[in-house]
Design a binder for this molecule. Structure first.
Ligand code: DX5
Ligand code: ZN
Length: 224
């Protein structure tokens, strides 16, 4: 089980301290939310900040691109130090567009490349791509902001991925907390992103270890 706290909910004025603090608390990956003000109605960070993060982070950077034309930007994020890059299905031109972005990930040495699906984006049209994907990000909120409520109908997409035999990472992102995270793990997710519920905790280490125990227990009881 990989717990990937989202730095979106950290203190941006103290990013290096926040990276160290969440690593000491037990984070496995850092989830980095990149927004361009076009694909989503918010703007966050770009390649220079990812590069700065990579210089202080000991744990992998999981870069979630919520941007238009992702294939044009993958080289910059790869060179900035992204370990994983996920781009949105809604931002590329069908399977060919997705393959172009995946090829850019491979060409620039990205170790984990994946596609993200918005809550209302069906999985079926993207199923032919599954053998080429290291990770599928099942969004459990509409991207753009932290602190939104979990959309439970998205669990069905995670279940379907595992029912199809998909063996890559399945990441869920948005509204994960003590109540919703076990259902994600039970459905088959193995990368769990949480922003506000981790960085809003009075004790980060306690929160991450509680989440990990809850996720592992739920995964163990699931029929996978
Ligand atoms: C939403 C981002 C998420 C967000 C999660 O657009 O992709 O990664 O930071 O935050 P919470 O856990 O607060 O929903
Ligand atoms: Zn995200």
């Amino acid at each position: 089980m990989i717990l990937a706290p989202s730095l979106l909910s950290s203190d941006f004025a103290r990013l290096a301290d926040e990276v160290r603090r969440v690593e000491e608390a037990g984070a496995d990956w850092h989830h980095v939310d990149v927004m361009d003000g076009h694909f989503v109605p918010n703007m966050t960070i770009g390649p220079p900040v990812v590069k700065a993060l990579s210089q202080v982070a000991q744990k992998p950077l999981d870069v979630h691109l919520m941007i238009e034309h992702p294939a044009r930007w993958i080289e910059a994020y790869a060179k900035a130090g992204a370990h994983a890059i996920t781009f949105h299905a809604e931002a590329v031109d069908g399977l060919d567009g997705a393959r172009e972005a995946l090829a850019a990930c491979r060409a620039h040495g990205v170790q984990v490349s994946g596609i993200a699906l918005n809550p209302d984006t069906p999985l079926e049209p993207w199923e032919p791509l599954l053998p080429e994907l290291d990770m599928v990000l099942v969004m459990s909120v509409f991207p753009g902001f932290g602190g939104q409520s979990f959309l439970a109908h998205t669990l069905e997409k995670t279940r379907r991925l595992r029912a199809l035999g998909y063996a890559g990472f399945v990441e869920m992102d948005g509204g994960l907390n003590q109540e919703t995270l076990p259902a994600c793990a039970e459905a088959g997710a193995d990368v769990l992103v949480s922003g506000s519920a981790v960085f809003g905790a009075p004790d980060l280490a306690e929160r991450i270890s509680t989440f990990r125990a809850a996720a592992e227990a739920a995964a163990a009881t699931s029929a996978r």
